[in-house]
Design a protein around this ligand. Structure first.
Ligand code: SF4
Length: 436
């Protein structure tokens, strides 16, 4: 498959839109819609909201000291998966599964096994699915990693963040560099051939040199994939309070931009393909970029189901999110019943996505893909409208300003320029509230 192609989307959105014009979505069960729905491969996100300790910069939906809730939470997850899948009446095809958190590596193997069994029971899991699990380096052992691999987890994502003890302490991470090195070694011995390391830059007191050292150490660990995140000081976190009261300096945006640009150069020199604003991957033996297929589903604005406390989903023309707190989630699911797809008893908010919004969102997320961008051909198939007409004004302004360019075969791909990469948010905002 070429990088610019969208898996399984060929012609399906066209057909789906056609059927929707004939049948209101509220009468959700018509056979025709189901037939089309089951032809699109879905992604599944499973949220594991447990952590041993809450890191000082974190505002994710995760809770420390609640491990006693893991068994009922796993049961609730399985029930939610069953209820949502029964609302379809058919086994939807699923090609990627992502255990995110929180700290999914806090789940015992039998808990993960239970969830995977349920997913296999309820969905048509495609051959060789990408199954990712996020792990905290300090929470794994050789046996645990070997069992994960045995279970079919094919991709491991380790939160390394930094190679420096001082920076890890500043972030209140519960691991050190040795934990990361050991975890990588054990993962390789267990048979993992697809490893990601998460790194953070733009920290208070961090210098360009210390960041380059972190990158160098990360490269010596030979991961297939690297995700680089610029630190955001989230409101209400301990780190935010320290910056507010002057205990720590606020991140320096110019220095962060330098760190980002230098990282791109270093990683490209090391043979990594920069395929998304924050993500880099090597190529496999066939020359295929080892991108995270699950995240590609988000960036291509394709459907995914989210299970668990605070999980989000995008399916059946709705964006949905689940209740945040673990006890409420368990209660909602235990007392719940089958609803119309894609709703779950844990859904607390939903937004209907009309075609205009979907087109805007497709631009917002698709332009994050630095190579693939947004394809005119795929956009036309999906929406039956030409991209260059729908967003004529935005594209004209952004190309004139040197932020967007047409590339690829026959100029089919709209993507960010090198300058646009640094001003991505400015570009994405242009597409919000536009089109007709
Ligand atoms: S381990 Fe990750 S999810 Fe858990 S508190 Fe730290 S940053 Fe947040």
């Amino acid at each position: 498959m070429n990088a610019g192609e969208t898996p399984g989307s060929s012609g399906l959105y066209h057909k789906l839109n056609l059927v929707k014009q004939l049948l209101p979505f509220s009468s959700v069960q018509p056979y025709a819609i189901l037939f089309i729905m089951i032809s699109i491969p879905y992604s599944v996100y499973i949220h594991i909201p447990f952590c041993r300790h809450r890191c000082g910069y974190c505002d994710f939906n995760t809770y420390a000291g609640k491990e006693d809730l893991i068994p009922p939470y796993v049961s609730a997850l399985c029930r939610e998966i069953e209820l949502v899948s029964r609302s379809v009446g058919q086994r939807l095809p699923v090609h990627t599964i992502f255990f995110g958190g929180g700290t999914p590596s806090l789940l015992p193997i039998y808990g993960l096994q239970q969830i995977l069994f349920t997913l296999h029971d309820c969905f048509d899991i495609q051959p060789n699915p990408e199954i990712t699990l996020e792990a905290n380096p300090g929470t794994v052992s050789p046996t645990y990693l070997a069992e994960l691999h045995e279970l079919g987890i094919s991709r491991l994502s380790l939160g390394m963040q930094s190679a420096h003890e001082t920076e890890l302490n500043l972030l209140e991470r519960q691991h050190n560099l040795e934990d990361v090195e050991r975890a990588v070694d054990w993962a390789r011995r267990a048979g993992f051939k697809n490893l990601n390391l998460d790194l953070i830059y733009g920290l208070p007191h961090q210098t360009l040199d210390s960041w380059l050292h972190t990158l160098k150490i990360a490269l010596t660990l030979a991961p297939e994939h690297l995700s680089l995140y610029s630190l955001t000081i989230e409101h209400g976190t301990p780190l935010h309070r320290k910056v507010q009261n002057g205990t720590l300096p606020a991140p320096d945006d110019d220095l962060s931009a330098d760190m980002y640009e230098t990282a791109i150069e270093q990683l490209e020199t090391a043979g990594f393909a920069h395929y998304e604003i924050s993500n880099f991957a090597i190529r496999d033996q066939n020359g295929h970029i080892m991108a995270c297929e699950h995240n590609l589903q988000y960036w291509r604005n394709l459907p995914y189901l989210g299970f668990g406390a605070g999980a989000h989903g995008f399916a059946g023309n709705y964006r949905l999110s689940n209740v945040l707190r673990i006890p409420s989630y368990i209660q909602h699911v235990q007392n719940g019943k089958v609803l119309a797809f894609p709703f779950s008893p844990a859904t607390t908010s939903h937004t209907r996505i009309d075609q205009n919004t979907e087109m805007q969102e497709t631009m917002m997320v698709g332009l994050r893909l630095t190579r693939e961008g947004v394809s005119k051909r795929i956009f036309l198939k999906r929406f039956e409208k030409p991209l260059e007409i729908v967003f004529r004004n935005e594209i004209k302004t952004m190309t004139q300003n040197g932020l967007l360019e047409w590339a690829g075969e026959g100029g089919d791909t709209l993507r960010l320029t090198r300058r646009g990469l640094l001003l991505g948010n400015q570009v994405f905002m242009q597409f919000i509230g536009s089109s007709s």
